[in-house]
Design a protein around this ligand. Structure first.
Ligand code: PLP
Length: 400
């Protein structure tokens, strides 16, 4: 249709929205579903955060703010970044957006020229390749499989670099695999990056607080501070503080890029919601016990889901070090035959079989650039996880 721009043909609706439509159709038909697709905390936003938002409304903090945020939020973000990375970021080195998602999009919009390449290790968060494509760039997917713990290695990185490479995307903890890069692994990648001064790194650390390790999730900028001018660090309050609907993300990076993002922001959305900004400042500045408490709950659910999936013949779940997803190798089920005589030829066939026989919904591996797998979320209560595991067990055992 002439109404839409050509660029709209370069991208697709996100697979998670497609699945959500399928689930709604199923529910509308009166069939129960067990949605292991959830991509957000099932906890409520902490009370003191909600109170801060209400107080902001009452105090009349209901006007446009600077594109880089209120002074209170700016200070809270810079303090959080200093605690996390050991780096002191100036006010000009911070960008604010309607979620980390918008900031990542704007970073690509601000930097990609036609044909610029962005290295995206797969499995990858569904949005990176489409965001790159929409902004005229070329996503270069690099498969990082089970043999490397689903992590990019220096060798894989070296093999993917060309003279058009502009960005490397590094997502730790990773969605969908839960892989967390160690300091040594980051140091190894930094070595390669030092050989290529034109490449910047987009570090997406949105899941860094949902961490099952004993040490904080390491940040590339702490391991290789000499690369700081080439690192764009994206984060936000969505996952750590159960604030997905408030839409506040923040980033730290080179002043030129942050200024460009603010310019784009000033010409498109002006600024994120002033009320959400007050809430985010309270989340970052206030009592952090919400994180410790919820991570303990996530850890129990993780063990429940991983052990449940591991007990099913044909499934090989990966125990995540962070985030709230279990990445599962189901490649042994591809080629199996359903009781109805249908052959499971693709991930989508397998997901459909799970849905039809047990009402369990998962997101297919191909959505993440890695067929033969699926992602199952544990941002759900234990009872739902137990039911889903038993549903998956019967769906798998029905296959020949
Ligand atoms: N990055 C990754 C890897 C994610 O999984 C998500 C949300 O699902 C985001 C970014 C977006 O987070 P936000 O709510 O801050 O936009």
């Amino acid at each position: 249709t002439p109404l839409l721009a050509e660029r709209m043909s370069w991208i697709e609706e996100s697979p998670s929205s497609r699945v959500a439509d399928r689930v709604r159709a199923f529910q509308a038909a009166g069939k129960p579903v067990l949605p292991l697709t959830i991509g957000e905390p099932d906890f409520d936003t902490p009370e003191h955060v909600k109170e801060a938002a209400i107080a902001a409304i009452r105090a009349g903090e209901t006007k446009y703010t600077s594109a880089t945020g209120t002074p209170a939020l700016q200070t809270a973000i810079r303090a959080r970044l200093a605690r996390k990375t050991g780096q002191s970021y100036g006010p000009g080195e911070i960008a604010l957006g309607g979620g980390a998602k918008q900031l990542i999009f704007l970073a690509f919009l601000a930097t990609l020229d036609a044909g610029d390449e962005v290295i995206v290790p797969a499995p990858h968060w569904v949005s990176y390749p489409d965001m790159v494509a929409l902004n005229g760039g070329r996503p270069v997917l690099v498969g990082a499989g089970a043999d490397t713990g689903y992590k990019l290695t220096p060798g894989l990185l070296r093999g993917a670099v060309t003279d058009r490479t502009k960005w490397l995307v590094l997502n730790t903890p990773n969605n969908p695999t839960g892989a967390v890069y160690s300091r040594d692994e980051l140091a190894g990648l930094a070595e390669v990056l030092r050989e290529h001064s034109r490449i910047s790194v987009l570090c997406d650390e949105i899941y860094d607080e949902i961490n099952f390790g004993t040490e904080p999730v390491p940040s590339l900028v702490s391991v290789a501070p000499d690369l700081r001018e080439r690192i764009f660090l994206a984060n936000g309050v969505s996952k750590a503080y159960a604030m997905t609907g408030w839409r506040i993300g923040y980033a730290a990076g080179p002043a030129t890029l942050c200024a460009a993002i603010s310019t784009l922001q000033s010409q498109s959305s002006s600024c994120p919601s002033s009320i959400s900004q007050a809430a985010a400042a309270a989340a970052l500045d206030g009592d952090q016990s919400f994180i410790t408490e919820t991570v303990a709950v996530y850890a129990e659910r993780r063990d429940l889901l991983v052990s449940g999936l591991a007990a099913i013949d044909g499934l090989r779940p990966v125990r995540p070090d962070g985030g709230f997803y279990v990445w599962t190798d189901a490649s042994r089920l591809i080629g199996a035959i359903t009781p109805g005589g249908r052959r499971i030829a693709t991930d989508a066939d397998l997901a459909e079989h799970f849905l039809e026989t047990s009402g369990v919904v998962v997101i297919t591996g191909e959505s993440y650039g890695c067929p033969g797998h699926f992602r199952a979320s544990f941002a759900l209560d234990s009872e739902t996880i137990r039911k889903a595991v038993s549903g998956l067990a019967s769906a798998v055992s029905a296959l020949r």
